[in-house]
Ligand binder design. Structure first.
Ligand code: F6R
Length: 250
């Protein structure tokens, strides 16, 4: 695992965007795993800028999003499909049939999860998977405890996550859906390169737990330490507790 600490969130977003753009430029048919959330907004904005100013070409890129709320229509601004359209898909030249977000309105959610796994497999697997981390230690929506052999499935969101994401729902955690579809921990670990980005003080404690404490299903992000090619990009605020504790150990 490589951990990169940047002076501020802007520099973290730059580093992440340049790794993603590198994957797109160097691979004739890149398959990206994508995430949503506040951390990703700055990264997508830089990728859109790269497309508009330098012609970064998304035409052969396929993408799979990590997760989606259950029960929200695409037209809802809070749905992750809507978020992706807003922040990336509407601004770059990705083909509509190359873009995948789990369908949280599917009649048969189990069948939807299985079809999602199959689609990832059929695309040749994910080359680069972008990840954020939740205050519960989740990656995707793999709330504690999430078995490390879990695959795409329906999950119940942790109350801490519903509070964390309440901003998009007028600040009311009760309005955040209780259920979501998410790639499993094992689905995520199948990607060839994992790229976790975390910024801000609110992520510092969980980052330290994920990077230093026991590898456990109680902190899904700790599973990243089992992966042979994982890059973690932190700003100084998110890195602080990890750095303090690492200095004590060495
Ligand atoms: C979203 C996702 C989540 C977020 C995490 C951090 O698709 O998979 O794991 O990456 O909750 O969210 P922010 O960036 O809003 O703090």
């Amino acid at each position: 695992m490589q951990v990169i600490v940047t002076p501020d969130p802007g520099a973290a977003f730059q580093q992440a965007a340049s790794i993603i753009a590198g994957e797109i430029r160097s691979n004739p048919s890149p398959v990206l795993g994508l995430a949503t959330g506040r951390t990703m907004e700055g990264i997508y904005s830089l990728l859109v800028q790269d497309h508009l100013q330098n012609g970064l070409d998304f035409s052969t890129t396929t993408s799979f999003n990590l997760d989606e709320y259950v029960g929200l229509p695409v037209s809802s601004p809070q749905s992750y499909r809507h978020y992706m359209n807003d922040h990336l898909f509407a601004h770059v030249n990705m083909r509509a049939d190359h873009v995948h977000v789990p369908d949280g309105l599917a009649e048969d959610l189990n069948a939807e999860c299985q079809a999602y796994e199959q689609a990832i497999y059929d695309a040749g697997g994910i080359g680069l998977q972008l990840l954020g981390i939740g205050e519960t230690g989740h990656i995707g929506f793999n709330e504690p405890p999430s078995p490390f052999d879990s695959r795409t499935r329906q999950v119940t969101l942790h109350p801490v996550t519903r509070r964390q994401n309440a901003g998009m729902f007028g600040g009311d955690a009760n309005k955040v859906p209780e259920k979501a579809l998410t790639m499993g921990v094992d689905t995520i670990l199948d990607a060839r390169h994992l790229l976790l980005v975390a910024c801000g003080r609110s992520k510092a404690d969980i980052i330290a737990r994920a990077l230093l404490d026991t590898v456990t299903p109680d902190v899904s992000a700790s599973a990243l330490r089992l992966h042979p090619h994982c890059t973690v990009i932190l700003d100084t605020a998110a890195a602080r507790v990890w750095q303090e504790r690492s200095a004590l150990v060495s």
